[in-house]
Design a protein around this ligand. Sequence first.
Ligand SMILES: [Zn+2]
Length: 219
Amino acid sequence: MGGIKKMGDVTLIQLSDLDSNIYIIGDTAIDSGTGLNFTRLYQMMKMLKMSLNDIKCIINTHSHFDHIGGNGYFINADIAIHDADADVVEKGDSKMSYAEFFDGSLKPREVKTRLKEGDVISAGGMELEVIHTPGHTPGSICLYDSKTMTLFTGDTVLSDGMGRTDMPGGNDEQMNASLDRLSSIKVKRMLPGHGEVVLLNSPKTVGEIMSSAPVPDDG
Ligand SMILES: [Zn+2]
């Protein structure tokens, strides 16, 4: 697996099965992968006629290693992550970030912006509204641009169903409440933290997309 997918104003970079999806919007990246496939990341950025130094902001959807491990390679980027997950990044917490699972270790990185519910981040013409959706981790967020009906869902919703709650920081009750909140949001693009993206010609609610997804197993 791996490749580049251009979707108009958003470009998806997929490095490997373990790395999170990396979305590039203008000079902003959403998540940064594990950092363990640096050469591939470097090459793909080059294919996009960009360098890692062009990225000025990284928004992390949550503090798991496969989404934040690559932050260190973007030396010109300010890091933005929800307040409840920010300490994991700043402390370089390998346990809570699950870095050990990936045979990696997390280096501490300053968090420039501690996000909270309702914050809006401008990125490449999009106005990304922060929706706090705890459950996968305490500080998991989704990002919604209402103009283009684009929702970045991190690991809260994947194309085949809800995200896991059995990893560090997971909570079933919070996840259910978060999914309830998301279910009425209308999207034309649902861009999750791993795997396939959902691209629609006419908008559907997240609830409609989830109810038509195959039932996930215990994972
Ligand atoms: Zn995760």
